[in-house]
Design a binder for this molecule. Structure first.
Ligand SMILES: Cc1cc2nc3c(=O)[nH]c(=O)nc-3n(C[C@H](O)[C@H](O)[C@H](O)COP(=O)(O)OP(=O)(O)OC[C@H]3O[C@@H](n4cnc5c(N)ncnc54)[C@H](O)[C@@H]3O)c2cc1C
Length: 313
């Protein structure tokens, strides 16, 4: 028997993962969203599992670890677009162990064979998630479970019809305007899609030298930039040059890689992820937004918490 009818607003990775978990837990679910894949921020994500530009660490470690385990299982099925990938993260300064060390497989420190100017390396295995494939797979799973969807923009949560017993807000950066939430801000990212045969992942996740080289089945993503409070969705030639220079420091052969396209997205930055329930005009509403650079990394852990809050209501 259905626990009630839930409206999920938003069809990025947060909305789809929450909607799937709600269906699996006997809720009837409808999604309203102004955009669906391939036109969401989630489509632009690189995307690797790695907690980045999100808080608070205590919670992101738990959500991240839960998500890692789900992605690892999903990676057994190639149609999901998820693959467990050997990864090398380089540092220019000495590093303590990361807080997520226990969440990943095969964590080791390496000392030899480092790129110039780098003195430390973490080696580990982490999921790469090809977002165009993964979001399609999530939508198929949602439909198989009986979920319904509609292209619809919400202007005000107070105006949603009382046909729904519960509303889940997964509108990412748009929550800033919808809820007048001053803690939300954009963190602009630009990436380059290139053709290469490289199969391993290489990272420098320090903001001042940020560089990521993410192998996918048909192409590779190079990043990155993280520009706070920059709302521009235009690609910039200076960002492309900066990304190429930083990535070539890690893997010099990328200098000759064929460029397919540049892409831009605005990460939904927030002082911390907002995952909580409030009562709006007598109806429960659960917020799940503000995941910064970790929306994919935290998605299943956050979706499980959404269900827990929903079942309490
Ligand atoms: C360049 C780049 C690289 C990234 N790399 C990674 C990575 O490697 N790993 C990782 O974990 N994360 C990464 N991220 C971050 C990740 O993309 C985001 O954290 C994640 O996509 C947020 O997902 P979301 O579903 O919350 O929001 P979104 O994907 O923005 O989805 C929001 C949804 O809400 C809908 N919506 C908004 N307003 C309304 C409204 N008023 N009414 C109805 N619908 C509405 C939108 O149409 C959309 O469907 C990256 C981001 C960028 C830009």
């Amino acid at each position: 028997m259905s626990k009630g009818h839930c409206l999920v607003v938003g069809a990025g990775v947060s909305g789809l993962s929450s909607a799937i978990r709600l269906l699996e837990n006997d809720w009837e679910v409808t999604i309203w969203s102004s955009e669906f894949s391939p036109n969401t921020t989630s489509d632009v994500a690189a995307a690797l599992w790695y907690p980045f530009l999100s808080a608070p660490v205590g919670k992101t470690n738990v959500w991240g670890s839960e998500t890692y385990n789900v992605l690892k299982v999903i990676s057994r099925f190639p149609q999901t677009g998820v693959s467990m990938t050997q990864t090398y993260e380089y540092f220019r300064e000495e590093q303590p162990d990361p807080s997520w060390k226990q969440s990943v497989d095969g964590f080791k420190r390496l000392n030899g064979n480092l790129p110039e100017d780098y003195i430390e390396c973490f080696s580990f295995i982490t999921p790469v998630i090809e977002m165009p494939i993964y979001l399609k797979w999530l939508m198929n799973r949602y439909e198989e479970l009986g979920g319904k969807q509609k292209v619809k923009k919400v202007d005000n949560f107070s105006n949603i019809t009382d046909k729904y017993d519960l509303v889940v807000n997964c509108t990412g950066l748009e929550s800033k305007n919808l809820l007048n939430d001053s803690e939300v801000y954009p963190v602009r990212g630009q990436i380059i899609r290139v053709k290469t045969d490289i199969k391993e992942m290489y990272l420098d996740q320090q903001i001042s030298t940020l560089a990521y080289i993410v192998p996918r089945s048909e192409d590779m993503i190079l990043g990155g930039v993280a520009q706070n409070n920059d709302w521009s969705l235009e690609t910039r030639i200076e960002d492309r040059e900066d990304i190429l220079e930083k990535c070539c420091k890690l893997i010099p052969e990328l200098r000759n890689a064929e460029i397919i396209e540049d892409m831009v997205g605005l990460r939904p930055g927030r002082s911390e992820v907002r995952l909580e329930k409030e009562i709006l005009l007598g109806r429960p509403m659960i917020h799940n937004y503000g995941h910064g650079g970790s929306g994919v990394t935290l998605s299943w852990g956050c979706a499980d918490d959404v269900v827990e809050l929903a079942n309490e209501s």
